[in-house]
Design a protein around this ligand. Sequence first.
Ligand code: AMP
Length: 366
Amino acid sequence: MTVGIVGAGQLGRMMALAGYPLGLDFLFLDPAEQAPAAQLAPVLQSAFTDEEALGTLGSRCEVVTIDWENVSVEALRRLGRATRVSPPLPAIAAAQDRVREKRLFEKLAITTTRWRAVSNRRQLKSAIADIGLPGVLKTRRMGYDGKGQAVLRTAADADRAWTQLGQVALLYEELVPFDLEVSVIGVRSRSGECRVYPLNHNLHSDGILRLTRAPYGSARLNRLARQHVVAVMEHFRYVGVLTIEFFVRGGRLVANEMAPRVHNSGHWTIEGAVTSQFENHLRAIVGLPLGDTHAIGHSAMINLIGTMPGRAALLRHPGLHLHDYAKQPRPGRKLGHLTLVEADAGRCERRARRLLAELAPQIHIP
Ligand code: AMP
């Protein structure tokens, strides 16, 4: 069976790596010349909206999925006439637009930030009056890794933020003084079976994920996150992996955003869970039974950003798993990741701290 993947980035690459042992084949669509997944499977190199390439993908693949959530939903809808597309398009559409996403959370009684849609300066002023300062102005669409965002601390910041972002539709929300950030990853099969991974504890710097530790949190917090991700999956009759990111404040979860796909904070599941998020996504979309989502120890995942450290130096660390996405280095670009799995939580934490201090000494780990 051939799985089509729109987007041939590192997520698609890791899906293919997880899918070959199951006997699956892959075909990618991506405009990039040297996409990370190209080492593994053929890539139709053309725009994500190219009719002919989408037609080829539809005719050659039994099921099509995404590795990038900002793919045109219209293009996916056309593709859906020829083949099965998972996850469902309404879920992808909701995740592409921060306003739709907030409304969804509110509808499903998932606490989220206080927010207002903003499309002109007057609306920004009244949003600031309603929500207060500090706050964050974000583009409704195409935001990722902290891009398309500006923090407003004083009224004077409003003009600067408007000049920076005001050309497109925006959302203003409160700046949450969070204690920490977590994410939950769930998977739902075609037959409606749901499984959820333990919570991930995420540390960001400059809007980019640097470190994930899992499993994290009390049974109560895990239960709550589980309820939320299952509620969203049931709402869409979802098929595949879905991620929700939360702020944690005073033991409560405040939803930040969701991703209708495998997620960077779930990379530890490759070595640290019985079944990885990538394998479970594939199992879900091709109609196979889901795998066990339990952790098999304590894991830490460190992103390699901007520059790739020497492989030999990294691999001298016993038991360290290196994933190199075969990407050209560029400041702020995710080039790979490292995973440690330990039986002992304290040892995992100590090793992760030492490694991160070595690789990115500027990052403070609370
Ligand atoms: P996002 O692209 O919305 O996931 O934002 C990236 C990161 O910016 C988040 O993981 C947080 O660390 C930070 N951030 C975004 N929105 C807020 C907010 N409303 N309050 C506090 N921090 C935020």
